[in-house]
Write a protein that binds this ligand. Sequence first.
Ligand code: MN
Length: 131
Amino acid sequence: MDGAKVLYIEDNVENRTLVKRVLEVEGYVVLEADGGIDGLRIVREEAPDLVLIDINLPEIDGYEITTRLRQMEGLNDIPIVALTANVLKGDRERSLDAGCDGYIQKPIDVDLLPAQIAAFLRQARQQQNTI
Ligand code: MN
């Protein structure tokens, strides 16, 4: 998945820096947004290959941002992966209901993250090829 463009929407700068570093080492291009409004704008401008979204965001939460992303014409098949610190089963279901393709639990395991992202990208490409 070299060169795949990943947008990470996250208000916590330490998480952003960590994820950016880990994924860039693996050859990903990482775009960052510190909130949902910025995130929506970057999706429109850059059409990333995958969106990684924090659920607990100020102003507009990750569920609502996901719902809005899913309504964007021509961009509604971008895989969206929720990052959730919520271990409650209901929160996972809620992220899937909002239109996420899956979720990764926080705290982020940097050893697992690249493979997790690669798997979501592979899955999305397979789905796009079968349509
Ligand atoms: Mn947050």
